[in-house]
Design a protein around this ligand. Structure first.
Ligand SMILES: Cc1cc2nc3c(=O)[nH]c(=O)nc-3n(C[C@H](O)[C@H](O)[C@H](O)COP(=O)(O)OP(=O)(O)OC[C@H]3O[C@@H](n4cnc5c(N)ncnc54)[C@H](O)[C@@H]3O)c2cc1C
Length: 254
């Protein structure tokens, strides 16, 4: 992966790098009609929420309008992701709902922390991601196929184990997810319905962050770093923006 190559180069050049926060959460799936009013205006709406109890940052990411939840295969565990297709559509919309987790000491390696959570989720799921209705999570009980079949949201991904996400994710993250969805429900009524589906784990790992100034320049004159591999962006728009910032700084200096 390019990001690992880049961090090796930075170490060789003695340019400081540090671990980035990791995003851990669930993939949320619900009837398309509930989000239609928002996705008609913005295909991939980004909502940023600060949660009540823990003052944590949680966000929507990768909204897949009329899309499908899919598996994401890592070396040691199975997570979830989502996509939309041009020709084939579903009745549902899904999106990642992610809590930002930053660690300071004694360990800074957020990836290790995320992997250990994913491992617990996969252990409980017998090697598959977990699926739970929000209503079951709130009531403190696991979901079962019987309960899921009685529900009005049909999962687009069924290679999962109905279970209890509260047994897999730390309490803090579960509280963040429930509170975050209840805040979102004020803007998009219906999003925090009992029938809303949650798949876990959804994890976004990020490259190590290269130390640089506001113009994306490292401590070596003329050496710039931009984009996800340099750990300064986490999405298409941000990656493009860091490229533009670097280009402007280069122009200023020529
Ligand atoms: C499955 C998936 C879904 C995603 N969904 C979304 C989404 O819904 N919304 C969103 O905003 N973002 C999404 N992203 C993230 C988005 O794709 C990235 O944020 C974005 O592409 C980062 O752009 P970049 O230019 O920094 O890196 P990249 O697009 O990865 O470009 C890096 C380039 O460098 C090349 N490269 C690597 N190593 C070397 C080397 N040694 N020498 C030369 N070239 C090299 C690579 O081949 C690649 O072309 C998704 C990513 C994935 C994988």
């Amino acid at each position: 992966m390019g990001a690992y190559w880049l961090s090796d180069q930075m170490k060789k050049l003695k340019i400081p790098i540090k671990h980035n926060p990791v995003d851990i959460g669930v993939r949320v799936e619900l009837p398309q009609i509930i989000m239609d009013e928002v996705t008609r205006i913005n295909w991939d709406p980004k909502f940023h929420i600060i949660t009540k109890t823990y003052d944590d940052f949680i966000r929507t990411f990768c909204v897949c309008n009329r899309g499908f939840v899919v598996e994401e295969v890592y070396d040691d565990f199975m997570g979830v992701n989502g996509h939309s297709m041009r020709e084939k559509t579903s009745e549902n919309t899904n999106f990642a709902f992610l809590v930002r987790v930053e660690l300071t000491e004694p360990i800074e390696n957020t990836s290790d922390y995320a992997f250990s959570i994913a491992t617990i989720a996969n252990t409980l799921g017998g090697g598959k991601p977990l699926l739970q209705r929000l209503g079951d999570l709130r009531k403190g009980r696991r979901s079962t196929w019987r309960r899921l079949k009685r529900s009005n949201v049909v999962p687009t991904f069924d290679s999962v184990t109905p279970g209890d996400i509260a047994m897999a994710l730390p309490h803090r993250l579960v509280v963040d997810i429930i509170e975050g969805l209840e805040s979102l429900d004020k803007v998009i009524p219906g999003i925090a319905s009992d029938s809303t589906l949650l798949y876990a784990p959804e994890i976004k790992l990020y490259a190590m962050r290269v130390e640089m100034n506001h113009g994306m320049k490292t401590k070596i004159e003329g050496l710039y770093a931009a984009g996800d591999g340099a750990g300064v962006s986490r999405g298409i728009v941000g990656a493009a923006a860091t490229g533009i910032i670097a280009a402007r700084d280069i122009l200023r200096n020529v």
